[in-house]
Design a binder for this molecule. Structure first.
Ligand SMILES: *Cc1c(COP(=O)(O)O)cnc(C)c1O
Length: 365
């Protein structure tokens, strides 16, 4: 048995997502790029590469990782590039998408050798969480004004529009795409490609993939563009668990267990978005609050029902630990960093990375 804590990527579950993505590419004509900011565990890129068209990025480090570890088509995007990084960004990318007209003009010469695009902000989003809403008031994410963009059309050939956020509702996607078509029609007609970004949960269980494919195809046809999607969460959803072990039990009005992990260090988004972890089947007569081992008082995975009493040494499997999780792990409290393991399609387990005291020490100086 592998020593906990560790993230466990199950390739057979990853495959289910990959097959849906491949189906969608085939039936819609859209290309699919993995959004590295969500998931950058390159140990499974060899496996994912056959089902996707490449990667998209949000920094120099990501675009380099995409180019070197994934290959195929590599899109560069960043909210802002620095003068000292732009040449290297361009060297790794097939396409560069600028967040603003200001950045496009600043780096016009350095980026002249590759395909260029601009991020548009349609001012509508599916997000109900202010923190993650690209269309929030005064948002810095993309250009809004058709009149401002028209004069720079000769510098670019396409657009990126990312305004969905955990959107599993096809009708809402459809409505917002309609709003985008209306608002940006004059620009879209002149474009050769449009990336509709990520945030669309089309690999989810009941998502109407046929309708989605048809809608993308219609959009592509109407404006004569190659459509791209940038699935992050949709690519890896439900593929990975965080495996932990119970270290201690307490009773303080509720039954508590402390495990050898921490939400602040290993599943940070639970803390940021005030969500509970998922521990299925979450049924049975024994209810426990599962707590992290950092000293943060609110370091709590959640409360779950278990079929049996929990004891020190028991293992718990926390679901959905791939997206925005492994990319955000950190050394808070010096908590032991989870290893990374892969379950192959034949069921065999392989540890692909372990972290040591040296990694902790070298993360600072
Ligand atoms: C975050 C992001 C994505 C990926 O979003 P998911 O919700 O993980 O699918 C894609 N494109 C851009 C521009 C993003 O900012």
């Amino acid at each position: 048995m592998i020593q906990t804590p560790y993230y466990l990527i199950d390739k057979s579950k990853l495959l289910a997502n990959m097959e849906k993505i491949a189906w969608l590419r085939e039936h819609s004509g859209a290309k699919a790029l993995l959004a590295l900011k969500c998931f950058a565990t390159w140990g499974v890129f060899d496996f994912m590469r056959d089902y996707m068209d490449g990667t998209t990025s949000s920094s120099l480090n990501e675009v380099r990782l995409g180019h070197e570890r994934f290959g195929k088509e590599t899109h560069a995007y960043s909210v802002a590039y620095a003068d000292y990084e732009i040449d290297e960004v361009v060297s790794h990318a097939d396409k560069i998408i600028f967040n603003s007209i200001g950045q496009l003009q600043r780096f016009e010469q350095q980026s002249a050798g590759i395909i260029r695009g601009l991020r548009l902000n349609p001012g509508v989003s599916s997000s109900s969480f202010d923190l993650a809403d690209p269309a929030r008031p005064f948002s810095r994410l993309g250009e809004w004004d058709v009149k401002q963009v028209e004069p720079v059309m000769d510098l670019i050939s396409g657009f990126m529009i990312h305004n969905n956020c955990e959107n599993g509702n096809f009708d809402l996607f459809d409505t917002m795409l309609g709003q985008i078509e209306e608002k940006f029609a004059p620009l879209l007609k002149k474009a050769e490609w449009v990336s509709l970004g990520g945030g669309i949960h089309f690999t989810g269980e009941h998502y109407p993939l046929e309708k989605f494919a048809e809608r993308l195809k219609r959009f592509a046809g109407e404006f004569g563009v190659q459509v791209y999607l940038e699935p992050g969460e949709a690519s890896i959803t439900k593929s990975t668990t965080l495996e932990v072990t119970v270290l201690d039990k307490l009773y303080n009005g509720k039954n508590l267990v402390v495990v050898d992990s921490s939400i602040e260090a290993h599943m940070l988004d639970l803390l940021i978005y005030r969500e509970s972890a998922k521990v299925p089947p979450n049924q049975g007569p024994h209810r426990y609050m599962v707590c992290g081992k950092s000293c943060l008082a609110g370091d709590i995975f959640g409360e779950f029902d278990f079929p049996n009493e929990l004891n020190v040494g028991d293992r718990i499997s926390i679901q959905d630990a791939a997206g925005y999780t492994m990319v955000k792990k950190n050394w808070f409290n010096g908590v032991k960093m989870p290893a990374i393991a892969i379950r192959e399609l034949d069921g065999s387990l392989r540890t692909v990375r372990e972290f040591s005291y040296a990694d902790y020490e070298q993360s600072l100086s």
